[in-house]
Design a protein around this ligand. Structure first.
Ligand code: PGA
Length: 253
């Protein structure tokens, strides 16, 4: 039985004062939810604050990106070891905003995925098609290519220690979430593709959906057999929304 996982992706939002209110509210809101795991992925400067507030709570924390090198003359980069130093358990890898705004590729995402695993972090590996690609019927091709960028290099077993996230670009930040069935279809495709290499990994790996998830659509998404959780952007910045999504996950197990 796969556990449900709700991951907040704060993106470039937050302040010390606002984070304190948000994190304290989340801690309180999810403390008695035992059937769901909650993670917040915060901007680098707030990792220390997340660590001190979330320690001893049932909310874990992580980062939104990292470098694939562990140290070196790489101005502006943050290493996997630094994330571990701050108690991170998860790191988002290959988010579409990183791929599009910072020209990250399948190759560089795969290198970071591998470095995250080597550091003992759980990579949350993002995949998804653009609207144009969906309308051209390329969804399976694009998502398959992104998934293969990991499986071809490292084999299927690495997915035992990773989380996958299907995030259609047209649904991210758009108010137009995929329908539960659209998401389910791609999640099923992902699982079947992994299954060609290793059936037990395919049935064990957590596959999250991301893109305009709210408390209003969360329960229907969680009701789908291959949706094991969600990656949440905007709604992770409001206590009631994030806790509401965690509660919807908690009852759907
Ligand atoms: P959104 O973002 O929930 O604001 O659409 C999701 C994401 O980018 O992970």
């Amino acid at each position: 039985m796969r556990r449900k996982l709700v991951v907040g992706n704060w993106k470039m939002h937050g302040s010390i004062a606002a984070n304190k209110v948000l994190l304290e509210g989340i801690i309180k809101g999810v403390h008695d939810l035992h059937e769901v795991d909650a993670v917040v992925c915060v901007p680098y400067p707030y990792l220390c604050q997340a660590q001190s507030l979330l320690l001893d709570s049932n909310v874990a924390w992580g980062a939104q990106n990292m470098c694939s090198n562990n140290d070196g003359a790489i101005t502006g980069a943050v290493s996997p070891a630094m994330l571990v130093d701050y108690g991170c358990t998860h790191v988002i890898i290959g988010h579409s905003e990183r791929r599009n705004l910072f020209h990250e590729t399948d190759d560089t995402a795969a290198a970071r995925f591998n470095a995250a695993l080597a550091a003992g972090l759980t990579p949350i590996f993002c995949m998804g098609e653009s609207l144009e690609e969906r309308e051209s019927d390329w969804t399976d091709y694009i998502v398959g290519r992104q998934l293969d960028s990991i499986i071809r290099r490292f084999g299927p077993l690495v997915l035992e220690h990773a989380v996958l996230a299907y995030e259609p670009l047209w649904a991210v930040g758009s108010d137009q979430a995929a329908t539960p069935q659209q998401a389910q279809d791609v999640h099923d495709f992902i699982r079947r593709r992994i299954s060609r290499c290793n059936a037990s990994v395919a049935s064990a790996v957590q596959v999250l959906y991301g893109g305009s998830v709210t408390p209003a659509n969360a329960a229907q998404l969680f009701a789908m057999p291959d949706i094991d959780g969600v990656l949440v952007g905007r709604a992770s910045l409001k206590v009631d929304d994030f806790v509401g999504i965690c509660k919807a996950a908690n009852v759907q197990t």
